[in-house]
Design a binder for this molecule. Structure first.
Ligand code: FES
Ligand code: FES
Length: 163
């Protein structure tokens, strides 16, 4: 067993886990935070996206022990205008992908604000790419939605990105 400490949604949590436990399973199975979803469990769908020290990660691909001491934010800890925007724009249907979409979008907007380019950014030398729909789609392409709520998700992200 490995001892580790996480700060999850602002609360200090101590865990004793086998070293092979993923951060996703630590959150869901050991801390009872089932808002973060397990879709593929192999890094393909983005349903398990959380923020680790403010950066979006696929928690199914992360070992919990790698994040000893980190600040983890899951959907249960979000309080962001993006959540209301998702509702206003029909950015969710079954809602299964929504926790990952929300965490990913918050991380993505931060990356964009800091000037990180994407694969579709024409001028990678510019201080910051214009956040077009193509940029939003590319930057959110790691998050799959089986219900096809993509148009609403893009609308919601555009609304909070450019108030
Ligand atoms: S459950 Fe992690 S990417 Fe699909
Ligand atoms: S809202 Fe159902 S998977 Fe996206």
């Amino acid at each position: 067993m490995t001892e580790l400490r996480l700060r999850v949604n602002g609360t200090a949590r101590a865990l004793s886990l086998p070293p092979q436990v993923s951060l996703l399973d630590a959150l869901r199975e050991h801390l009872g935070l089932t808002g973060t979803k397990k879709g593929c469990d192999q890094g393909a769908c983005g349903a398990c996206t959380v923020l680790a020290d403010g950066v979006r990660i696929n928690s199914c691909l992360a070992l919990a022990v790698q994040y000893d001491g980190a600040e983890i934010t899951t959907v249960e800890g979000l309080d962001d205008p993006l959540q209301a925007a998702f509702v206003r724009h029909d950015g969710l249907q079954c809602g299964y992908c929504t926790p990952g979409q929300l965490c990913s979008a918050i991380g993505m907007l931060d990356e964009h604000r800091s000037g990180a380019p994407s694969a579709v950014t024409a001028d990678v030398g510019a201080p910051r790419a214009e956040l077009t729909d193509a940029e939003i789609r590319e930057r959110m392409s790691g998050n799959l939605c089986r219900c096809g709520a993509y148009n609403g998700i893009v609308d919601a992200i555009r609304e909070v990105a450019t108030p």
